[in-house]
Design a protein around this ligand. Sequence first.
Ligand code: GLN
Length: 199
Amino acid sequence: MTLEAGVVAVQGDVSEHADAIRRAAANHGEEVVVHEVRKSGVIPECDLLLLPGGESTAISRLLAREGIDEEIVAHVDAEKPVLATCAGLIVASRDAHDERVDTLDIVDATVDRNAFGRQVDSFEAPLDVEGLEEPFPAVFIRAPLIADVGDGVDVLATWDDKPVAVRDGPVVGTSFHPELTADARIHDLAFFENEEASL
Ligand code: GLN
């Protein structure tokens, strides 16, 4: 069976995530077709979904305008896997402490936008991630801080004692950008080794 993957493409980085999904699928001997999601009607056909980084205020506004927001929530209600990265995690959160971001509340955590600093403060760090044997090269770009996580949320990685990767049921969220290196293990973890999701 060929898997159908959706990368929300209203704004932000798309092609790197599509490549990472293809690499992770290939590692598992799975065939995958990646759809760029700009309109409603695509997500209901998707087995797995990616919410990329970019600018969370713009992403949030466009999701609501296109009616994609409700489709993402329905996808999670059906326990299908989602990976939400950086601005995608901000949009996925319970509260982003910013009235311009209408959050989806699919990850029971609050976030602070740009808490790790401005664009110039972006950095790369080797990160120990639960479920990965070797550290992951994590690239942080104006990354959100995960401020407060609910009881049902697993913290998969911390940096400087702060959570930077979490799992809430079928949804994995990272404050860093796992698509910017050739390493597809986070996509793998979110989609193909996520025991809390049904692929
Ligand atoms: N700080 C950005 C925002 O609030 C996210 C940055 C990113 O996705 N690299 O949307």
